[in-house]
Design a protein around this ligand. Sequence first.
Ligand SMILES: NC(=O)c1ccc[n+]([C@@H]2O[C@H](COP(=O)([O-])OP(=O)(O)OC[C@H]3O[C@@H](n4cnc5c(N)ncnc54)[C@H](OP(=O)(O)O)[C@@H]3O)[C@@H](O)[C@H]2O)c1
Length: 249
Amino acid sequence: MGQLEGKVALVTGGNSGMGLAMAQEFARQGARVVIFGRDLESLRRAEETIAGECLSVAGDVRSLDALARLAKDVQDRFGSIDILVANAGGATIEPFHEVTEETFDYQSDVNFKGVFFTIQYLLPKMNDAGAIIIVSSSANSRAVPGMSVYGAAKSAVRSLARTLTLELADRKIRVNVLTPGPVATAAYERTGLSEEEIAAFQSRQSEQIPLARIGDPQEMAQAALFLASSASSFVAGAELVADGGMTQV
Ligand SMILES: NC(=O)c1ccc[n+]([C@@H]2O[C@H](COP(=O)([O-])OP(=O)(O)OC[C@H]3O[C@@H](n4cnc5c(N)ncnc54)[C@H](OP(=O)(O)O)[C@@H]3O)[C@@H](O)[C@H]2O)c1
């Protein structure tokens, strides 16, 4: 029997990278899965790779209307959810002096506002004793040049998990943070760097990781499964850092 039998799990950004790996793993463990992202084509492709019942909903986490629609679609299809992974996000590399109001708003809206309101809008659909997992980044504790807004937004969601742990304690909802280090996903292509620059960036990062390599999305899915399942029943308000030791030594 799977570890998530009978559960319903929602993963934002479940159409790509580590979110997709989580959605696939949760489904293998018996969960029915909802995925949310903007790109219709990758949502459709992702749905085909997820076992069992899967609902995909298109929308932008920055839009409260889209989140309200997501909550309604979830309610109509499954009634409620047990697991919520606020994973959608991403970085662009931009030196501090080049950050504009527009790029600042975009980065903070996707990585902080989006997480905040995803949780707020989905909470009424969440069963008591559920699990919320917020995906942060090792950039929340370790400076990465060009990631000033992203790093701050990822620190903000770490803080949010602490507050929510207390505010949701009466409902026995556990809120935890998964903090990945560098992981091989499409995120790198979205940074605005060229292929050569990405290879050089990853190689520099690998040198700073005790395990001497970039992580795999499947490794993040296993970490998320731990936080989503009863295996972590006494873990709340915590941060699970999965970065090959990069920020831990
Ligand atoms: N890869 C890494 O090295 C790394 C390291 C630390 C933390 N992280 C974090 O891990 C999470 C997942 O990233 P990933 O590496 O798996 O990258 P990815 O493959 O680029 O996936 C990002 C996902 O987020 C969704 N997304 C982005 N902006 C969105 C928006 N405005 N509204 C709705 N969905 C949105 C994307 O879907 P659409 O494009 O269809 O919207 C996509 O499914 C992110 O929060 C990222 O910051 C990544």
